[in-house]
Design a protein around this ligand. Sequence first.
Ligand code: ADP
Length: 186
Amino acid sequence: MIIILFGAPGVGKGTQASLLARKLGIAHLSTGDAFRTAIQNQTEVGKIAQSYVDEGSLVPDNIVASIVEEAMQGPAYRNGCILDGFPRNRGQVDALNSILVGRGLRVDKVINLEVDNETIIKRLLGRGRNDDSADVIEHRLNIYRHETEPLLEYYSQNGNLITVDGVGDIAEINRRILEAIDDHSD
Ligand code: ADP
Protein backbone atom coordinates (compact mmCIF):
# COMPACT_ATOMS: atom_id res chain seq x y z
CA MET A 1 0.00 0.00 0.00
CA ILE A 2 1.28 3.46 -0.91
CA ILE A 3 -0.01 6.27 1.31
CA ILE A 4 0.88 9.93 0.93
CA LEU A 5 0.74 11.98 4.11
CA PHE A 6 0.03 15.45 2.89
CA GLY A 7 -0.08 18.83 4.65
CA ALA A 8 1.73 22.06 5.46
CA PRO A 9 4.97 22.15 7.45
CA GLY A 10 4.11 21.66 11.11
CA VAL A 11 0.83 19.75 10.72
CA GLY A 12 2.39 16.66 12.30
CA LYS A 13 3.07 14.54 9.23
CA GLY A 14 6.27 13.04 10.65
CA THR A 15 4.72 11.98 13.96
CA GLN A 16 1.64 10.49 12.34
CA ALA A 17 3.59 8.85 9.50
CA SER A 18 5.81 6.96 11.91
CA LEU A 19 2.83 5.79 14.01
CA LEU A 20 0.96 4.69 10.90
CA ALA A 21 3.96 2.91 9.44
CA ARG A 22 4.29 0.89 12.64
CA LYS A 23 0.58 0.04 12.78
CA LEU A 24 0.30 -0.87 9.11
CA GLY A 25 3.66 -2.66 8.94
CA ILE A 26 4.97 -0.60 6.04
CA ALA A 27 8.00 1.64 5.60
CA HIS A 28 8.07 5.36 6.42
CA LEU A 29 9.89 7.59 3.95
CA SER A 30 10.42 11.18 5.08
CA THR A 31 12.30 13.15 2.45
CA GLY A 32 13.04 15.83 5.08
CA ASP A 33 14.63 13.23 7.39
CA ALA A 34 16.55 11.76 4.44
CA PHE A 35 18.00 15.20 3.68
CA ARG A 36 18.84 15.92 7.32
CA THR A 37 20.70 12.58 7.56
CA ALA A 38 22.52 13.24 4.28
CA ILE A 39 23.51 16.71 5.49
CA GLN A 40 24.75 15.34 8.80
CA ASN A 41 26.85 12.74 6.99
CA GLN A 42 28.00 15.29 4.39
CA THR A 43 27.21 12.93 1.49
CA GLU A 44 27.10 14.28 -2.08
CA VAL A 45 23.31 14.68 -1.79
CA GLY A 46 23.74 16.28 1.62
CA LYS A 47 26.17 18.88 0.29
CA ILE A 48 23.76 19.86 -2.47
CA ALA A 49 20.67 19.83 -0.22
CA GLN A 50 22.16 21.88 2.61
CA SER A 51 21.57 25.40 1.32
CA TYR A 52 18.02 24.59 0.17
CA VAL A 53 17.04 23.05 3.50
CA ASP A 54 18.65 25.88 5.48
CA GLU A 55 16.70 28.54 3.62
CA GLY A 56 13.48 26.49 3.48
CA SER A 57 13.42 26.11 -0.31
CA LEU A 58 12.63 22.92 -2.19
CA VAL A 59 15.59 20.73 -3.02
CA PRO A 60 15.67 20.25 -6.85
CA ASP A 61 13.19 17.65 -8.11
CA ASN A 62 15.77 15.35 -9.74
CA ILE A 63 17.58 14.93 -6.42
CA VAL A 64 14.39 14.32 -4.47
CA ALA A 65 13.16 11.82 -7.06
CA SER A 66 16.43 9.91 -7.02
CA ILE A 67 16.44 9.46 -3.23
CA VAL A 68 12.82 8.30 -3.30
CA GLU A 69 13.46 5.88 -6.15
CA GLU A 70 16.53 4.45 -4.45
CA ALA A 71 14.78 4.06 -1.08
CA MET A 72 11.83 2.27 -2.67
CA GLN A 73 14.12 -0.38 -4.08
CA GLY A 74 15.01 -1.54 -0.56
CA PRO A 75 13.52 -4.75 0.88
CA ALA A 76 11.80 -2.79 3.68
CA TYR A 77 9.54 -1.26 1.05
CA ARG A 78 8.18 -4.59 -0.20
CA ASN A 79 4.76 -3.99 1.40
CA GLY A 80 4.61 -0.33 0.43
CA CYS A 81 5.29 2.87 2.30
CA ILE A 82 4.03 6.08 3.80
CA LEU A 83 5.40 9.05 1.88
CA ASP A 84 5.93 11.98 4.26
CA GLY A 85 6.83 15.29 2.61
CA PHE A 86 6.82 14.02 -0.96
CA PRO A 87 5.54 14.96 -3.52
CA ARG A 88 5.62 18.73 -3.03
CA ASN A 89 5.10 20.06 -6.54
CA ARG A 90 3.79 18.95 -9.91
CA GLY A 91 7.20 17.75 -11.15
CA GLN A 92 7.46 15.47 -8.12
CA VAL A 93 3.96 14.09 -8.74
CA ASP A 94 5.07 13.14 -12.26
CA ALA A 95 8.31 11.63 -10.93
CA LEU A 96 6.37 9.60 -8.34
CA ASN A 97 3.90 8.37 -10.94
CA SER A 98 6.68 7.15 -13.17
CA ILE A 99 8.48 5.41 -10.28
CA LEU A 100 5.20 3.66 -9.35
CA VAL A 101 4.17 2.71 -12.88
CA GLY A 102 7.55 1.07 -13.39
CA ARG A 103 6.83 -1.20 -10.43
CA GLY A 104 3.14 -1.85 -11.08
CA LEU A 105 2.05 0.26 -8.09
CA ARG A 106 -0.27 3.21 -7.55
CA VAL A 107 -1.04 5.74 -4.83
CA ASP A 108 -3.72 4.12 -2.66
CA LYS A 109 -4.57 6.98 -0.28
CA VAL A 110 -3.68 10.60 0.18
CA ILE A 111 -4.28 11.78 3.76
CA ASN A 112 -4.47 15.55 3.97
CA LEU A 113 -3.79 16.66 7.55
CA GLU A 114 -5.45 19.99 8.14
CA VAL A 115 -4.32 22.43 10.85
CA ASP A 116 -5.03 26.17 11.11
CA ASN A 117 -2.20 28.59 10.36
CA GLU A 118 -1.90 29.98 13.88
CA THR A 119 -1.44 26.51 15.39
CA ILE A 120 1.10 25.59 12.70
CA ILE A 121 3.28 28.61 13.42
CA LYS A 122 3.07 28.03 17.18
CA ARG A 123 4.12 24.39 16.74
CA LEU A 124 7.02 25.19 14.39
CA LEU A 125 8.40 27.97 16.56
CA GLY A 126 8.21 25.63 19.56
CA ARG A 127 10.03 22.82 17.75
CA GLY A 128 13.34 24.65 17.48
CA ARG A 129 14.83 22.88 14.46
CA ASN A 130 17.52 24.87 12.57
CA ASP A 131 15.06 25.74 9.81
CA ASP A 132 12.33 26.77 12.26
CA SER A 133 13.21 30.47 12.53
CA ALA A 134 10.34 32.90 11.82
CA ASP A 135 11.52 33.98 8.35
CA VAL A 136 12.37 30.46 7.15
CA ILE A 137 9.00 29.22 8.42
CA GLU A 138 7.26 31.95 6.46
CA HIS A 139 9.17 30.97 3.31
CA ARG A 140 8.30 27.27 3.75
CA LEU A 141 4.63 28.07 4.30
CA ASN A 142 4.61 30.25 1.17
CA ILE A 143 6.09 27.46 -0.91
CA TYR A 144 3.51 25.10 0.54
CA ARG A 145 0.61 27.41 -0.41
CA HIS A 146 1.90 28.07 -3.92
CA GLU A 147 3.42 24.77 -5.03
CA THR A 148 2.20 21.98 -2.77
CA GLU A 149 -1.37 22.81 -1.78
CA PRO A 150 -2.55 22.97 -5.43
CA LEU A 151 -1.72 19.24 -5.70
CA LEU A 152 -4.82 18.57 -3.57
CA GLU A 153 -6.89 19.35 -6.66
CA TYR A 154 -5.01 16.71 -8.64
CA TYR A 155 -5.38 14.05 -5.94
CA SER A 156 -9.04 14.84 -5.32
CA GLN A 157 -9.71 14.30 -9.02
CA ASN A 158 -7.96 10.98 -8.79
CA GLY A 159 -10.43 9.97 -6.11
CA ASN A 160 -8.30 8.93 -3.20
CA LEU A 161 -7.96 12.09 -1.13
CA ILE A 162 -9.13 12.09 2.50
CA THR A 163 -8.93 15.22 4.67
CA VAL A 164 -8.40 14.67 8.40
CA ASP A 165 -8.50 17.24 11.21
CA GLY A 166 -4.94 17.48 12.53
CA VAL A 167 -5.79 19.44 15.71
CA GLY A 168 -6.03 17.39 18.89
CA ASP A 169 -3.84 14.91 20.69
CA ILE A 170 -1.51 12.56 18.84
CA ALA A 171 -3.39 9.34 19.61
CA GLU A 172 -6.74 10.87 18.70
CA ILE A 173 -5.45 12.13 15.34
CA ASN A 174 -3.90 8.73 14.68
CA ARG A 175 -7.30 7.12 15.34
CA ARG A 176 -8.96 9.56 12.90
CA ILE A 177 -6.45 8.69 10.19
CA LEU A 178 -6.82 4.93 10.67
CA GLU A 179 -10.60 5.31 10.58
CA ALA A 180 -10.41 7.37 7.41
CA ILE A 181 -8.22 4.73 5.76
CA ASP A 182 -10.63 1.94 6.77
CA ASP A 183 -13.71 3.82 5.59
CA HIS A 184 -12.18 4.42 2.20
CA SER A 185 -10.59 1.05 1.59
CA ASP A 186 -11.75 -0.68 -1.57
P1 ADP B 1 8.49 20.49 6.99
O1 ADP B 1 7.39 19.66 6.40
O2 ADP B 1 8.23 20.91 8.40
O3 ADP B 1 8.91 21.62 6.11
P2 ADP B 1 10.45 18.45 6.28
O4 ADP B 1 11.33 17.71 7.22
O5 ADP B 1 9.43 17.68 5.56
O6 ADP B 1 9.79 19.60 7.17
O7 ADP B 1 11.35 19.23 5.20
C1 ADP B 1 12.44 20.03 5.57
C2 ADP B 1 13.14 20.57 4.32
O8 ADP B 1 13.66 19.48 3.51
C3 ADP B 1 12.26 21.37 3.37
O9 ADP B 1 12.13 22.72 3.75
C4 ADP B 1 13.05 21.21 2.04
O10 ADP B 1 14.17 22.06 2.00
C5 ADP B 1 13.55 19.78 2.12
N1 ADP B 1 12.58 18.83 1.50
C6 ADP B 1 11.89 17.86 2.14
N2 ADP B 1 11.09 17.20 1.29
C7 ADP B 1 11.27 17.77 0.08
C8 ADP B 1 10.73 17.56 -1.22
N3 ADP B 1 9.80 16.60 -1.45
N4 ADP B 1 11.15 18.35 -2.23
C9 ADP B 1 12.07 19.29 -2.04
N5 ADP B 1 12.62 19.57 -0.86
C10 ADP B 1 12.23 18.82 0.21
